[in-house]
Structure formats: structure tokens, C-alpha cells
Write a protein that binds this ligand. Structure first.
Ligand SMILES: [Zn+2]
Ligand SMILES: [Zn+2]
Length: 247
């Protein structure tokens, strides 16, 4: 029997969605989890009509520590879901803050202020034109793959969130970089996974995985069943998933 003991991908009010850190932790305890991660969006993400600030992450760290002490019986990890803001793999949360946080999650989001206008236009044009031309699709896929691989090498990312969601990435290159750097790939319960084939292919390269709820409200914290089912369909074993153990 598999047991998922942690949910590292939950959002709070700091991302302009959901509830408080305490509400997420209470729900995680109710769901029987041993660890819960607060992973609000990085400051470049405007997806919910407002952004976090870098100072918010200091607040998130302090609040996570105090909620953990107050409630007891569960580990509360202060983290981030950082954004890739440049083709050279720069994240919107730099190394100094990454090192202060307990978990660094990072992913591609479309609703992000790019580092430069030129890169923003290039990214949006690529997204619009990729479906109409095979040549452009391959070029865009190559550029996005390079950006995420650079991000993996130049940062201290623990988990790549929802790989492949809305952005096409070369699975082999992504998995290879993850294996070299000890970065896990997420199997996301909210967005589903790109495909079971994707998980199988990444696993063949030796990648490891984490199942995450991507909860945008406290009631979804610990909702890990869809991810778990996908992992089983892909034929993973418990030791390939960092937040699962066999009991
Ligand atoms: Zn995300
Ligand atoms: Zn998320």
C-alpha cells in the first residue's frame, strides 16, 4: 500500500488565492500528512491580478515557523513556486532567497513579467506561431527546453512544477538535467500530467518524481489521488517518488 506523506505544492493568500498558511497546515494535518509545503508564486507572476514581493518570502518563512510551532505534529516547509523569466534560465527568486527557503519549486508560467520586453515578445510570438508551423514549433520547443535546462543548472531547484503544461519541452533533455542536478519532476494533481508516456520516458532516464496538489484553496491541500493514479498508470515504483512510501 502506497502512502503519500507530504504535499509540497500549496498556495495561499500571498499568491492572491486561497487561505492562510495556518488553514493549509490545518487541512494537511486533517489529511494525515507529515509535511506540507507553502509554495506561493514568485514575484514576476501576475496570474492572479497581483504579485508577491520578495519581502513576502521572509514573511512566509517566519509565518511557517510560527504555525509549525503552534500546531505541532507536522513539518511546515517555507517554499516558492518560482518563475522562469528569461531564456538564460533566470528565476524571479534569486539564489540568496532560494537558500533561505526550505523548498524551491520552479516552473514555466505564461502569466509572467519577462526580464526584458524583447524576451516577452519572443515568448508570446513563439506561443502564437508554434501551432501554425512545424519549423517554428521545433524552434520554440528548443528554446524553452534550453531555458528550463539552464534554470536547473544555475539554481537550486528541488522540483519542476507541471512540466510540459502549455509549454512544449523535450522530455529527454529535461529528465537528463534533473538527474544530474537531483531535481524532481512533479506529477501535478490539479493540471493532470502531460501524459503517462511523459512520466514513463522521464523515468527511463532515471528521473525521480514528486506528487503535488497545486492547491489554490485550503480544501484542496493533500488532494494527491489523481497524481498517485497517474504515477501508478506509468508503472512507477514507490522509491521513484520522493513523497511516497510503501507501507
Ligand atoms: Zn504553477
Ligand atoms: Zn502552483
Amino acid at each position: 500500500m502506497w502512502r503519500v506523506f507530504a504535499d509540497y505544492h500549496t498556495h495561499t493568500r500571498y499568491s492572491r488565492v486561497g487561505g492562510t498558511i495556518k488553514e493549509n497546515v490545518l487541512k494537511a494535518k486533517e489529511a494525515g500528512l507529515e509535511e506540507v509545503g507553502i509554495a506561493d508564486h514568485g514575484p514576476a507572476n501576475w496570474g492572479h491580478w497581483g504579485s508577491t514581493s520578495l519581502a513576502d518570502f521572509d514573511r512566509i518563512i517566519a509565518e511557517s515557523r510560527s504555525v509549525e510551532a503552534e500546531l505541532g505534529g507536522i513539518k511546515v516547509l517555507a517554499g516558492v513556486e518560482a518563475d522562469i523569466v528569461s531564456y538564460d534560465g533566470t528565476l524571479d527568486v534569486l539564489l540568496e532567497m532560494q537558500r533561505k527557503l526550505d523548498k524551491v519549486l520552479a516552473g514555466f508560467h505564461i502569466t509572467v513579467k519577462p526580464r526584458s520586453l524583447e524576451e516577452g515578445v519572443r515568448f508570446m510570438a513563439g506561443r502564437l506561431l508554434a501551432p501554425v508551423s512545424d519549423r517554428i514549433y521545433r524552434k520554440v520547443r528548443n528554446e524553452n527546453t534550453k531555458a528550463i535546462v539552464e534554470a536547473i543548472y544555475n539554481n537550486e531547484i528541488d522540483i519542476i512544477t507541471h512540466p510540459g503544461l502549455k509549454i512544449s519541452i523535450d522530455t529527454y533533455e529535461l529528465a537528463k538535467a534533473c538527474v544530474k542536478r537531483g531535481t524532481a519532476l512533479e506529477i501535478n494533481s490539479k493540471h493532470g500530467i502531460k501524459s503517462v508516456e511523459f512520466v514513463k520516458a522521464a523515468a527511463r532516464e532515471g528521473a525521480c518524481f514528486v506528487i503535488g496538489s497545486d492547491a489554490h484553496s485550503p480544501d484542496r491541500v493533500g488532494d494527491l489521488e489523481p497524481g498517485l493514479r497517474a504515477a501508478q498508470l506509468a508503472g512507477l515504483t514507490a522509491d521513484q517518488i520522493l513523497n511516497v512510501r510503501e507501507e
